[in-house]
Design a protein around this ligand. Structure first.
Ligand code: HEM
Length: 452
């Protein structure tokens, strides 16, 4: 069998290169080795990246029994999600959960959450100081957490909302250490990271189970949990409490940090590209959703929140002309495809017009993965990003404290701006201040993406 080309340096060195340049390493490897290349990692072993849209299509459209995404995700996400999680299941069990979860995330439904998204942004921006430098990323995390708690969990009780706000960030802190250092999974008398993780998880689980129990006894709302309570399996049975808990935890894990990171990059790029910032401000003020949508798409192209997605082969398969053995991790290389000059001329330029004037070729824009594993929150996330951008840009003028772009840095499974997307509010726009969002036309459904 011909070996997939790739560097021969030791695994640790390769892992360090990825950590130092999460986007850059992939782009350089593709330039050097071609559209299919390999890398050797500690823990994951030899993995194969694919950076050609036609070949990526074959992986995404491949048989779900051969290309296991759930097994691959479980390697990176640890065990907080539970045995019913959409992210870590495969084949029939995956499809049956996916059928239950898809309807609440349909574009039509997502539109109903637009008001919550705008309100939470307005409330947050009204607290920003004018003058001092601060990090936007934690502010974006605060907005996206509120949105998940209200739109997805449907929390109505203020005291419980406060408890969620306090306990979820604590859980996020403890999860990341464990995922990358599995050998730290020891209890050590309650003092180890594993013990702290379990306590933090139990604290959030307790709140989720109380929320589920209360909602079973109350009037259904528009939130995702209410819809899941009414959903039925193919045999007519409702979802159990444990299933509901696992999916809520999955939606929280998959949907909170990712959207906040996408937004942080959007501002990081806008603040350093004055021409685009000026056009985006005009679009926000005029209610031009098309341009803001294009800003969202271009952000996710040039700074994808996750650099790749993984499929673990359950049997030998030919990919890109190479026979790969069962057990290989095959990764559509999102960051490398998005940086191809043949698909995106001058790929390093932040130019939303690419998405106003035309659409990329199929499988060339894949920030949400693809096939039967494509992100179910893609419509939700793009709507949220557009609305947060619109509401922020209508209320404040922002500038970067330094012209130097922020370095991409790996945080858990996402790639974030290393300095937290630092910003200065130079001015509040008087007409738009106050917590009530300005009336705006209902957001159009995000354009269907090629990988849908
Ligand atoms: C900018 C924000 C987001 C990005 C970049 C993103 C990206 C992704 C990616 C790359 C995948 C894996 C797809 C694959 O393996 O082919 C995924 C899966 C998933 N995402 Fe998202 N996501 C975002 C927001 C959200 C939101 C807001 C939610 C829900 C509230 C969500 C829920 C999920 C779920 C449940 C899956 C698993 C789907 C499955 O395995 O069937 N995501 N996402």
């Amino acid at each position: 069998m011909t070996r997939v080309p790739g560097p021969r340096s030791p695994r640790l060195i390769q892992a360090l290169r990825v950590t130092a340049q999460p986007y850059g390493f992939m782009v350089k490897r593709r330039r050097r080795y071609g559209d299919v290349f390999s890398t050797h990692f500690p823990i994951f072993g030899r993995v194969v990246y694919v950076a050609d849209p036609a070949e990526i299509k074959r992986v995404f459209a491949g048989d779900a029994a051969t290309f296991h995404a759930g097994e691959a995700n479980a390697l990176a996400l640890g065990d907080a999600l539970g045995e019913h999680s959409l992210l870590t299941l495969d084949e029939d069990r995956h499809m049956s959960q996916r059928k239950l979860l898809l309807p609440p995330f349909h574009g039509e439904r997502v539109r109903r959450y637009a008001e919550v998204m705008a309100e939470e942004t307005a409330r947050e921006v009204d607290r920003w100081p004018v003058g001092p430098e601060f990090e936007l990323r934690p502010r974006m995390q605060a907005i996206t957490l509120e949105v998940i708690l209200r739109a997805v969990f449907g929390v109505r009780d203020d005291a419980r909302m406060d408890l969620f706000r306090e306990r979820i960030p604590r859980l996020a802190e403890t999860t990341s250490v464990l995922t990358w250092l599995p050998f730290m999974d020891r209890d050590l008398g309650g003092l180890s990271p594993a013990a702290r993780f379990r306590r933090a998880l139990a604290a959030v689980d307790g709140l989720i189970y109380t929320e589920i129990a209360d909602r079973r006894d109350s009037e259904p709302g528009e939130d995702v949990l209410s819809l899941l309570l009414a959903a039925r399996h193919e045999d007519g049975s409702p979802m159990s409490d444990v299933e509901l808990r696992d999916e809520l935890m999955t939606l929280l894990t998959a949907g909170h940090e990712t959207s906040a990171t996408g937004l942080s990059w959007a501002f990081e790029r806008l603040m350093r590209t004055p021409r685009v910032m000026a056009r985006a401000v005009d679009a926000a003020e005029a209610g031009d959703d098309d341009y803001l949508d294009a800003v969202v798409k271009e952000t996710l192209r040039i700074r994808p929140v996750v650099v790749d997605v993984a499929r673990k082969l359950t049997r030998p398969v030919e990919v890109g002309g190479y026979e790969l053995p069962a057990g290989t991790l095959v990764l559509p290389a999102i960051a490398a495809v998005h940086a191809r000059p043949d698909l995106y001329p001058e790929p390093e330029e932040f130019r939303p017009e690419r998405f106003v004037d035309g659409q990329p070729e199929a499988y060339a824009w894949i920030p949400f993965g693809g096939g039967v594993r494509r992100c179910i929150g893609a419509s939700f996330a793009q709507t949220e990003m557009r609305i947060v951008l619109r509401e922020v840009l209508r209320r404040v003028r922002l500038r970067a404290p330094s012209e130097r772009p922020e370095r991409p840095s790996i945080r858990h499974v996402t790639v974030v701006p290393a300095r937290g997307a630092r910003a200065v509010v130079t001015e509040r726009v008087a007409a738009a201040t106050g917590s009530a969002p300005r009336a705006a036309p209902p957001p159009a459904e995000p354009a269907a993406t090629p990988a849908a």
